[in-house]
Design a protein. Structure first.
Length: 346
């Protein structure tokens, strides 16, 4: 409103400066209206006033605001109007001056308008980039949470289901083992509950799991399946890949328990050298005959984990029967995307 103050007591200047300045107040809520009011007011000033009013600065503010906060179309319209004014105003006000003076003034004014427009564009691009980055981070966190919840719940519930189904037939033949079966089911339920509680605690603190599970945890995981599973580990598991290795094996065992059949066995191999960690989970179960509802997310979860370390994974039924999951993860590789392939029944 300084322009109105300096224009006083010239009533004409005040009346022409007021709407131009007032249009800035609605430039974000009603940008099209603000542009129309500002354009008419600025044109009237250029035509009627003998000299520039301080309120002409509002034109630059309008150009910046339209490009930063409004759509691309409205921003370009505002830029076009401002450039027309930057060229037309010197021609009107400097009538009688040399063509060089008029051209110099018009060019200088146009460059100022373009600079302000470019600054608004740059700020908008940076804000949009920051928003995209924030959304991507949020999406990655949601995916990580989904993977953790899936791995924890699916594996434990699969073990519980297998024990319950096997226990039903076993108890009918040997009632004395009912307590043993129930103890296993209760133990798996407690483990799942504790892991979920740990997950909730981490989320409340604003973090995600940063677990580094090694050979001991993987051995315990395979032992929980019982005498149907065998494990071979060659080399020392890299702590940075321990958690991913654990989860891949866990999900592969979950698939085995759900689809391979009650008489199938599974072999888990982990081979680590200086360059890579190789994970192979192979069973002799139903393979292509495995029943599935097509609603699972297990293979997707495994692929995302392997992909995050720059690895590759294949999964699918074998020609000679059974099912095989094979993953190769570079040791010390950065977390970046890589192409994955494979088919599966989960």
């Amino acid at each position: 409103m300084l322009s109105v103050y300096f224009a006083f007591p010239n009533i004409t200047e005040c009346l022409l400066a007021l709407p131009l300045c007032a249009s800035l107040a609605i430039r974000r809520t009603f940008p099209a209206v603000a542009l129309a009011v500002g354009a008419v007011s600025a044109a009237a000033q250029a035509w009627l006033l003998p000299q520039l009013n301080l309120s002409v600065v509002a034109v630059l503010v309008m150009v910046y605001s339209l490009r930063r906060w409004s759509g691309r179309t409205l921003g370009l319209i505002g830029l076009g109007i401002a450039l027309v004014g930057a060229v037309a105003a010197p021609m009107i006000r400097l009538d009688g001056s040399s063509a060089k003076d008029i051209a110099t003034t018009a060019l200088s004014s146009s460059l100022v308008v373009l600079t302000v427009y470019g600054f608004g564009l740059r700020v908008r691009e940076r804000e949009e980039a920051a928003l995209v980055s924030a959304r991507a981070e949020a999406a990655e966190e949601r995916s990580e949470i989904a993977r953790e919840v899936h791995d924890i719940v699916a594996h434990s519930l699969s073990l519980i289901a297998v024990q319950a189904e096997g226990g039903r037939s076993l108890v009918s033949r040997n009632p004395d083992r009912a307590t043993e079966i129930l103890d296993v089911i209760a133990d798996e339920s407690r483990k799942a509950l504790n892991e979920i509680r740990e997950m909730v605690s981490l989320l409340r603190r604003g973090g995600l799991p940063d677990d580094q599970r090694g050979s001991a945890a993987i051995r315990e995981l395979v032992e929980r399946v019982g005498d149907r599973a065998a494990l071979t580990i060659t080399g020392e598991i890299n702590p940075a890949l321990g958690f991913t290795t654990y989860r891949v094996i866990q999900e592969a065992l979950t698939n085995f328990l759900r689809h391979a059949g009650p008489k199938a066995t599974v072999e888990v191999k982990v081979a680590v050298d200086a360059e890579k960690a190789e994970i192979t989970v192979r069973d002799n179960g139903n393979g292509t005959a495995a029943a599935t509802d097509g609603k699972g997310h297990g293979l997707t979860t495994m692929r995302e984990r392997v992909q995050s370390h720059g690895g590759t994974m294949t999964a699918g039924p074998q020609l000679d029967g059974g099912y095989r999951v094979h993953a190769v993860i570079p040791v010390g590789a950065p977390k970046e995307a890589s192409l994955l392939s494979g088919t599966g029944v989960l």
